[in-house]
Design a protein around this ligand. Structure first.
Ligand SMILES: NC(=O)c1ccc[n+]([C@@H]2O[C@H](COP(=O)([O-])OP(=O)(O)OC[C@H]3O[C@@H](n4cnc5c(N)ncnc54)[C@H](O)[C@@H]3O)[C@@H](O)[C@H]2O)c1
Length: 334
């Protein structure tokens, strides 16, 4: 199988290495709008670099992996659909609903595959939590607490292009919440704070956010995110039911110290970032994509799943700006 990968930055370099290790991938062609980045990566891995995006599309590909900056996703998805290519694309499809819906229409019209990069669906802890909930081991679920805490803010230039903390970061929590519980969000009430570094207020974004979500079976959810968690990269979910409760992401690398005299010791090596925390999940989602392309696996996260998660993020952004609860039904879905 010959795979093209467009966008050789942080996540693109990581995904390219995983694809290169996959025995079902015979050849890999990488490309970037800045050709030197693609050439550097190709030399490091021993794969080929196309001089540009057009040349990558003309390279006789069987499938395409899109890891370019978010602003390029929708156009590349449409172009691949028109070329009949199956696509794996990093989240998000686009930063807004019209762009997302337009790209999804192209994929539907072409009848091609679009798999989105919500890697938490391949994480061992979230998978175990899903099984526990679906098997009824927790009893009736009443409370879920979801959190994503980044260790340090991104570069200031990233913020205006990111879509904001709900669409860029909490969107992962919204996707995995639906996947683990099998329920839909009906209402959100979200707040945010820009009390941290000034660049957040300057970009009309927040550095810390909290949302209360109600699921369609009455389960209550709190979701929080921050860009300023000096202790390390902390992604967790706690699910509590009438019979038992379970915690995802709580292990000997969770960057938190117990205040109790008899509590566990602080972590020796707290998680520093997403690439370390989710390395096995990233590898597994790309292995799944290769199987989807071969026709031996059902798409584990299609574009409509990404649309659901984006709609929750949109509702949170609206709620924060208008200081009111927002029904999901208020957010356009087609
Ligand atoms: N799933 C996750 O956990 C996760 C984590 C990080 C990033 N991401 C997503 O991956 C994408 C890339 O993020 P990153 O952190 O690797 O960014 P990055 O800035 O490190 O890399 C982006 C690369 O894309 C290239 N590029 C930009 N526009 C292009 C175009 N039109 N055509 C070809 N190449 C183009 C840039 O030159 C750069 O090399 C983003 O959409 C981001 O949301 C997802």
């Amino acid at each position: 199988m010959r795979i093209g990968l467009i966008g050789t930055g942080r996540i693109g370099s990581f995904h390219a290495a995983a694809l290169h290790r996959n025995p079902a991938v015979d050849s890999l062609v990488v490309a970037d709008v800045e050709p030197a980045r693609a050439t550097d990566l190709a030399e490091r891995l021993g794969v080929s670099a196309a001089p540009g995006v057009d040349e990558a599309f003309a390279a006789g590909l069987d499938a395409l992996v899109i890891t370019a900056a978010t602003s390029a996703h929708a156009e590349l998805i449409g172009r691949a659909a028109r070329a009949g290519l199956p696509v794996f694309c990093e989240k998000p499809i686009a930063l807004d609903l019209p762009g997302t819906l337009a790209a999804l229409e192209e994929v539907t019209a072409a009848g091609t595959v679009l798999q989105l990069g919500f890697q938490r669906r391949f994480d061992a802890g979230y998978t175990a939590a899903r099984e526990a909930v679906r098997a009824g081991r927790l009893g009736r679920l009443h409370t879920v607490r979801a959190m994503t805490s980044d260790p340090a803010p991104p570069p200031a230039a990233y913020l205006p292009l990111s879509g904001g903390l709900y669409r860029d970061c909490l969107v992962h929590d919204f996707d995995i919440l639906r996947w683990v519980t099998g329920r839909e969000v009906t209402t959100v009430y979200a707040v945010g704070s820009d009390a941290g570094p000034a660049m957040f207020a300057e970009a009309d974004d927040v550095d810390t956010a909290a949302a209360v979500l109600t699921l369609d079976d009455g389960t209550l959810v709190t979701a929080t995110a921050t860009r300023c968690n000096g202790a390390g990269y902390d992604v967790r979910m706690e699910l509590a039911g009438e019979r038992d409760q379970i915690s995802v992401g709580f292990d000997d690398r969770t960057p938190v110290s117990s205040a109790e005299p008899a509590g566990p010791p602080p972590p020796d090596k707290p998680w520093p970032g997403f690439l370390e925390r989710f390395a096995p999940a990233y590898e597994a989602e790309l292995a799944a994509f290769v199987e989807v392309v071969r026709g031996t696996r059902v798409n584990p996260c299609d574009g409509h799943e990404a649309l659901h998660a984006l709609r929750i993020a949109e509702a949170c952004e609206l709620s924060r700006r208008e200081h009111r609860p927002v029904q999901l039904a208020e957010i356009r879905q087609a």
